[in-house]
Design a protein around this ligand. Structure first.
Ligand SMILES: C[S@@+](CC[C@H](N)C(=O)[O-])C[C@H]1O[C@@H](n2cnc3c(N)ncnc32)[C@H](O)[C@@H]1O
Length: 340
């Protein structure tokens, strides 16, 4: 079916002007008839429909152009766009929260509140991947089984994941969110229980591998400090070997995000590298020093192992009942249940 510009505009509920604009931007290339009228064949009409749909979900014309020119999968861009929209949503919620406070106490320090808001916005955006997880993705599952490192952070890995799995005790129809899902080693276990799993990661490559192994997992590009999940929609949350990439002072924000998406009575398991407290951290580091194990000290200092006591008291302040256990000096499991 060949249509003229007005017919296409009518069919797609848009205007001829909009269509000409996308043509000027090089997004579509309609054929021209001998008398210079634009002719739209089915393929161009479908392309235009896609462009209009992507504009509707907030993608800019330039983003759409890049998507088309780079030949990247549409899925990839939709996933990133979702991440951006959730980020905008959170920013709006933060702003409304601050505004409400300003209205409630107009005599309060407006500037202080605005400053807090600005810092929060920056924190949610600032995290960068210093560890290049995209590059680790392909060999991740093989590397974590390798023996013989002077410092093996993955000692106890299988046990930690198994305990996390048991503690969550998932059931059919529940929605679970695995944050920093990586290649899917923990999140995928809940599929056999009939749970629906949303896997969040900041690394596209990790997500791609996870998806290729477990197509049923709903993989989402996202971040601890801005989770691409609606409020109170998760029955349980798991995270293994990931939270220690979030700076200590930002962990509270990560816990608040988990609290935001978790339903009342929801469960949370954090299986991660951490210390009981600052004192224990000093003791373990000293022990490595005495052994002359500089690799261990360097590795620990390059990341943000939590202070478990702080993690627990932050969770309790958020209204969780918390239970902990320890697999070895640096590997702990924190299980928390949200009170109603
Ligand atoms: C060491 S891997 C652990 C993967 C998996 N959870 C496991 O236990 O095998 C850490 C994962 O967390 C992700 N990650 C690190 N920091 C993150 C952040 N701030 N937000 C979301 N994902 C993050 C990384 O991209 C990586 O896939």
């Amino acid at each position: 079916m060949n249509l003229h510009i007005k017919q296409v505009a009518q069919k797609l509920h848009t205007t001829s002007r909009t269509i000409r604009y996308y043509e000027e931007k090089g997004l579509i290339k309609p054929e021209k008839s001998h008398n210079d009228y634009r002719i739209f064949r089915e393929e161009q009409i479908q392309l235009l429909q896609t462009i209009l749909s992507l504009r509707e979900i907030g993608m800019s014309t330039n983003q759409i152009k890049n998507t088309m020119e780079n030949g990247q999968e549409l899925d990839h861009h939709l996933n990133h766009q979702r991440s951006i929209l959730y980020s905008d949503l959170l920013e709006l919620k933060d702003m409304i929260g601050a505004l409400d406070e300003m209205i409630a106490s107009p005599s309060g320090d407006l500037f202080e509140k605005a400053k807090f808001l600005k810092e929060l916005k920056e924190k949610r955006q600032a995290w960068t991947d210093r560890w290049s997880f995209d590059q680790q993705a392909v060999t991740y599952n093989v590397d974590l089984k390798k023996e013989g490192y002077a410092f093996n952070v993955h000692e106890g890995y299988d046990e930690a994941l198994e305990r996390a799995y048991q503690l969550i005790d998932a059931s059919v129809g529940e929605t679970g969110v695995d944050i920093g899902i990586g290649t899917g080693n923990l999140g995928s276990r809940f599929l056999e229980k009939g749970s629906r799993i949303i896997g969040i990661d900041q690394s596209d490559e990790m997500l791609a591998i996870c998806k290729s192994h477990y197509p049923e997992i709903d993989t989402r590009h996202g971040h601890f400090l801005r989770l691409p999940v609606m409020d109170h929609s998760a029955d349980f949350i798991t995270t293994s070997y990931a939270l220690h990439h979030v700076e200590e002072q930002d962990k509270i924000l990560a816990l608040e995000e988990m609290n935001r998406i978790l339903k009342p009575f929801g469960r949370l398991v954090i299986a991660d590298l951490m210390f009981d407290d600052d004192e224990e951290r000093a003791r373990v580091l000293q022990a490595f020093k005495n052994q002359g194990n500089e690799n261990a000290i360097e590795a620990i200092e390059d990341e943000y192992y939590a202070d478990r006591s702080r993690l627990v008291s932050n969770l309790e302040n958020l209204g969780f009942q918390v239970d902990c256990n320890k697999i070895n000096d640096i590997l702990h499991i924190v299980f928390a249940e949200k009170k109603g």
